[in-house]
Design a protein around this ligand. Structure first.
Ligand code: DOR
Ligand code: ZN
Length: 437
């Protein structure tokens, strides 16, 4: 089956394309991309080709979210692989990578294979499992990296928990490097963060909630930079939240250290003053930081210090969130709001369109060594079509994710994925408002 996407502006940072182009999909792959493909095709293929007219829309390589939490196996009441993959395509993501903090932890081949099997059954977005660095993510013994890679793991992380033992982190970086897979580091010194409920600062003081200081993150970022420099291996820093981390990463990159970094939309959208509402939907780890931190995160995104925007989609059930602040779980259900919140960076002129698309498709694909994130002929037919003008209101009740825990409920957004195409098949279609004949 052939599908022609026509009339839209195509943004493909890998090919330096930011122009009006036609894209032809055939047999699940990108077949052609050119200024005007319709005349040549019409005569030959009339009737056999699905033509999608997309005037006023943007075509991007399928978006990739390299940091999500699906809760299967073990915590299906929060999210299943199928419900998470469903939320992904609604959010415009054709690929997601999922963290290993399930129950049990994804620290072995059978769980990695299970995740892949469930994802294949769901047949929505591509799902790439991330294997644990340490057994049971307990931080003492490395997992079987080779075995995990062989089963399909695309990276290693103990996300949700830091690797506190620097010697173990050193071995992890060395071993992962030999397998050409990245290590994704959750940077948190748990002695400094112990008992922390929110960012340590003015608001934690007036609210009477114990704070997590920014140095709890930065000390570990600094440590990982030193380990990466010493081992000459790559490290990827997850969910950067502080100005100090941005500075450390910027300097390390200048020194040629193999470091990449991501942040999540809540870290450039919300500040810790919002916690005055005492809403547990604002509880997240690392915590929402100060206005100065948000400014630095935006500067880090703008100058390329922060390579990737990832959702850190962390779905939780009502029973995990409707508790006293101290007992509530951390996390925000992010897959269905990540793109729209990120588009605000374009409206604010922090990022250009190609920069944003790159941080949400090409860059994560590069870091995970996946042949994705581009519309080059021959590439997989993963495409996201965005309506940059669509005004819509976040409503958690209509989330496909089982996790309704979003502080953005009721927010008005501009810009939305309206078509999510995976391997040449439409997996999500929200053209309802402006479908053309
Ligand atoms: O807020 C968070 N939630 N941060 C993490 O690191 C883990 C995540 C989760 O698994 O819920
Ligand atoms: Zn996470």
């Amino acid at each position: 089956m052939k599908m022609l996407l026509t009339g839209a502006r195509v943004i493909d940072p890998a090919q330096n394309i930011n122009d009006f182009m036609d894209v032809l999909l055939e047999d699940g792959k990108i077949a052609k991309i050119d200024a005007d493909l319709s005349p040549s095709l019409k005569t030959k293929d009339r009737g056999k080709i699905q033509i999608l007219k997309l005037k006023g829309k943007l075509i991007a390589p399928g978006l990739m979210d390299m940091h999500t939490h699906l809760r299967e196996p073990g915590l299906e009441y929060k999210e299943t692989i199928a419900s998470g993959a469903n939320a992904a395509v609604v959010g415009g993501f054709t690929s997601i990578a999922c963290m290993p903090n399930t129950e049990p932890i994804n620290d072995n081949r059978s769980i990695t294979e299970f995740i892949k099997r469930k994802a294949a059954q769901a047949a929505l977005a591509h799902v790439y499992p991330i294997g644990a660095i340490s057994r049971n993510s307990a931080g003492t013994q490395l997992t079987e990296f080779w075995d995990l890679k062989d089963a399909g793991a695309v990276a290693f992380s103990d996300d949700g928990k830091p690797v506190m033992d620097a010697a173990l982190m050193r071995r992890a970086l060395e071993y992962a490097h030999s397998l050409s897979l990245p290590v994704i580091s959750h940077c948190e010194d748990t002695n400094l963060s112990a008992g922390g409920q929110m960012n340590e600062g003015y608001y934690s003081t007036i609210l009477g909630l114990r704070g997590t200081p920014s140095i709890a993150e930065e000390i570990m970022v600094a440590r990982d930079i030193l380990i990466a420099e010493f081992t000459r291996a790559a490290v990827h820093i997850a969910h950067v939240s502080t100005a100090g981390s941005v500075d450390l990463i910027r300097t390390a990159k200048k020194r040629g250290i193999k470091i990449t970094a991501e942040t999540a939309p809540h870290y450039f959208t919300l500040t810790d003053d919002a916690l005055q509402a005492y809403s547990t939907n604002l509880k997240v780890n690392p915590p929402l930081r100060s206005a100065a931190d948000v400014k630095a995160i935006k500067a880090g995104l703008a100058d390329g210090t922060i390579d990737v925007i990832a959702s850190d989609h962390a779905p939780h059930a009502r029973t995990d969130k409707e508790l006293e602040f101290e007992y509530a779980a951390s996390g925000i259900s992010g897959l269905e709001t990540s793109l729209a919140l990120s588009l605000r960076l374009i409206h604010e002129q922090v990022l250009t369109w190609p920069e944003l698309i790159s941080k949400m498709s090409l860059q994560p694909a590069r870091i995970l060594n996946l042949a994705k994130g581009t519309l080059k002929p021959g590439a997989d037919g993963d495409v996201t079509v965005i309506d940059p003008e669509r005004i819509w209101t976040v409503n958690v009740k209509s989330f496909r994710s089982s996790g309704k825990n979003s502080p953005f409920d009721g927010w008005e957004m501009q810009g939305k994925a309206i078509l999510t195409i995976v391997d040449g098949e439409i997996k999500y279609d929200d053209r309802a408002q402006d479908k053309e004949a």
